[in-house]
Ligand binder design. Structure first.
Ligand code: DX5
Ligand code: ZN
Length: 216
C-alpha cells in the first residue's frame, strides 16, 4: 500500500486559501491535515470552526483534524459537524481518554490519539484496540517548520510492533519536520501516513512534492 499523505494546511497561504485547497484537490494527497490550536495546550493559536466550515464543502479530501486543545470533548460534535473525517486528540489532554474515543466514534468519525514526543508508546496498551489511528508527534506541537526529532523513528518501530503483536490494523501517522529523507526513515520503520506542512506548501512545486512523498 502506498504511503498516505496528509498536507498540513497550517503552512498554506491564508490570504488565498482557495488556491491552496484547489491544489490539494488536484494533488495525490489522501487527506488534508487541519491543525487546531487553542493557546493553552500549545503556545500558539491557529484557527477554528469558521475557517474549517468555509472550505469544508470545497475540499474533496477527507479532513484529518488534529486538536491541540484542552478539553477536546467539548468540541467533538462541532468538529464532526464541520466535516472532520478523523479527529486526533492528544493523550496528554484527555483525562478520560476511553470516553473521549467513544464520543468521537459515536459521531461517525474515525478516532485517533496523538502522543507528544516525550509520551511513551506503552501508554497505549489498553486503548489501542479502540483506535483507528495513532499520530506520533515528531516535533513539539505548536508550530510548523520545526526540526524533526530523530527518536521518533524508534517510536514508530515500537508502535508497529505493538500493532502487529495485537493483530490490529491501526494506522500509524507521523507529524512534524517531515521531508523526503525523514519521511523515508519513518516509512521504513513502519509509518503508514505522513503529515507535511512546510515541505509541501513552501516548495516550488507542491503538486510534485506531494507526488514524491506519495512514492515513499
Ligand atoms: C505542529 C503541527 C503540524 C505542522 C507540521 O504542531 O501539528 O501539523 O503543521 O508542519 P511541518 O511539516 O512544517 O513540520
Ligand atoms: Zn498536526
Amino acid at each position: 500500500m502506498s504511503t498516505i499523505i496528509s498536507p498540513s494546511l497550517l503552512s498554506a497561504n491564508f490570504y488565498n486559501l482557495e488556491e491552496d485547497i484547489q491544489m490539494i484537490n488536484n494533488s495525490e494527497a489522501d487527506w488534508l491535515h487541519i491543525d487546531v490550536m487553542d493557546g493553552v495546550f500549545v503556545p500558539n493559536i491557529s484557527f477554528g470552526f469558521p475557517v474549517i466550515e468555509s472550505f469544508q464543502s470545497k475540499c474533496n479530501k477527507p479532513l484529518d483534524v488534529h486538536l491541540m486543545i484542552v478539553e477536546p470533548d467539548k468540541y467533538v460534535e462541532r468538529f464532526a459537524k464541520a466535516g472532520a473525517a478523523i479527529i486526533n486528540v492528544h493523550y496528554e489532554a484527555c483525562t478520560h481518554l476511553h470516553r473521549t474515543i467513544q464520543n468521537i466514534k459515536a459521531q461517525g468519525v474515525k478516532a485517533a490519539v496523538t502522543l507528544n514526543p516525550h509520551t511513551p508508546i506503552c501508554l497505549l496498551e489498553d486503548i489501542i484496540s479502540d483506535l483507528d489511528m495513532v499520530l506520533l508527534m515528531s516535533v513539539n506541537p505548536g508550530y510548523g517548520g520545526q526540526k524533526f526529532i530523530p527518536q521518533t523513528v524508534e517510536k514508530v518501530r515500537a508502535l508497529k510492533e505493538m500493532v502487529e503483536r495485537k493483530n490490529l490494523s491501526t494506522i500509524i501517522e507521523v507529524d512534524g519536520g517531515v521531508n523526503l529523507q525523514t519521511g523515508q526513515e519513518l516509512v521504513s520503520a513502519g509509518a503508514d501516513a505522513l503529515v507535511a506542512g512546510n515541505f509541501v506548501f513552501k516548495s516550488e512545486n507542491p503538486l510534485e512534492t506531494i507526488a514524491q512523498l506519495k512514492k515513499l
